[in-house]
Design a protein around this ligand. Structure first.
Ligand SMILES: Cc1ncc(COP(=O)(O)O)c(C=O)c1O
Length: 344
């Protein structure tokens, strides 16, 4: 296997911590719950994309790229981290095609995009197809102008990017004690690249584990197809003799609500539960929805209590700041009139 022969740049300090969450476990009736803290990658506010970008940026540099292009929603963690990664490897031009609802404030990830100096192209209500078309057109224009662009598809989800999570799972396997080596692993699924890497990584390094993806945006069937294809292609890249079919994969699509990026009531409740048991910060778009799946499955007895449960915390907290409207009614807040009292 050639995993360590594929070029990779260093974008984050690794390993990320693996922490036990005993108070949350007790609340859910689980024997043992571990959180893989990939929200703590050290690149530009952290999150899962650092691992994928280590491979994608190495490829960009090898091809002599001097402009990076990618796409996502206005609150995309992937876009923010790509802007950070470009800076960290010394590529000063990063163009972000952001499609979604109109916004009137630069907050959350968008604010970080601005701080990182990304060139933002806003495409109101655009689909992923619209954004990919616009990116390709821009890349062609850049080539005509003598530049060398490198296009990263939405979420950084390519077989090459997925290798980040093959390494992530190898790292997790090294952190686990023998008694925890047949865990039930939960991961949020957006563009499915993280899932693809986990599928291959678990097959190679933790073969007794079981993986449950929780979709944050779409029905299970197309996601399982993408993840199986990427995992199979990723296996070829590293010379591993593994292939996957969509039927091998489990992605639960009962917890994403109506649409990508639209919070759910149970996702918001999961955010509060994690914060108020473990001081753990999740977000409404990815990790809150995924945790709501874990919580519901635990509470309804669908999780075998003898198994260690692992939640891969993929990050997203910078985006939480864009959802003040969901939580502000909970504020325990009062203004203390200390100036009047000190005058008496
Ligand atoms: C915080 C967070 N969690 C999970 C995901 C999902 O990862 P993937 O797109 O690889 O499925 C993303 C993707 O942007 C993310 O930003």
């Amino acid at each position: 296997m050639r995993l360590d022969d594929i070029s990779r740049v260093n974008l984050t300090t690794l390993p990320t911590p693996l922490e036990e969450a005993p108070r949350l476990a007790a609340k859910l009736g689980l024997r043992k719950l571990l959180i893989k803290r990939d929200d703590c990658t050290t690149l530009a506010g952290g999150g899962n994309k650092a691992r994928k970008l280590e491979y994608l940026m190495a490829d960009a540099l090898a091809r002599g790229a001097n402009v990076i292009l990618t796409d996502g929603g206005p609150q995309s963690n992937h876009a923010r981290m790509t802007a950070g990664a470009a800076r960290k490897v010394g590529i000063d031009e990063c163009i972000l095609f952001l499609g979604g609802p109109r916004f009137d404030r630069f907050y959350g990830n968008l604010l970080l995009d601005v701080v990182l100096g990304a060139d933002i192209r806003f495409m109101e209500d655009a689909s992923v197809k619209d954004m990919e078309k616009a990116m390709i057109a821009e890349a062609e224009k850049l080539i005509r102008n003598g530049k060398s662009p490198y296009v990263i598809p939405i979420g950084g989800s390519t077989p090459l990017g997925s290798l980040g999570y093959v390494c992530g799972i190898r790292e997790l396997a090294e952190q686990l004690s023998e008694e925890d080596k047949a865990p039930l692993v939960f991961v949020p699924v957006g563009s499915a690249g993280t899932m693809a890497g986990c599928v291959l990584g678990l097959k190679l390094f933790l073969p007794e584990a079981e993986l449950i993806g929780i979709s944050v945006a779409r029905k299970s069937k197309p996601l399982r197809k993408i993840a199986a294809e990427h995992a199979t292609e990723a296996a070829k890249l590293i010379g591993a003799d593994e292939s996957f079919s969509p039927d091998d994969l489990v992605i639960n699509d009962e917890y994403y609500g109506t649409f990508y990026g639209v919070p759910t009531e149970c996702g918001n409740k999961a955010i509060l539960t994690a914060a108020r048991t473990e001081g753990l910060i999740l977000d409404p778009v990815y990790t809150g929805k995924a945790m709501s799946g874990l919580i519901d499955l635990a509470k309804t007895g669908a999780i075998d209590n003898d198994r260690t449960v692992i939640f891969i915390h993929t990050g997203g907290a910078p985006g939480l700041n864009a959802f003040e409207d969901q939580f502000r009614n909970l504020a325990k807040f009062e203004s203390v009139d200390y100036k009047k009292e000190s005058k008496q």
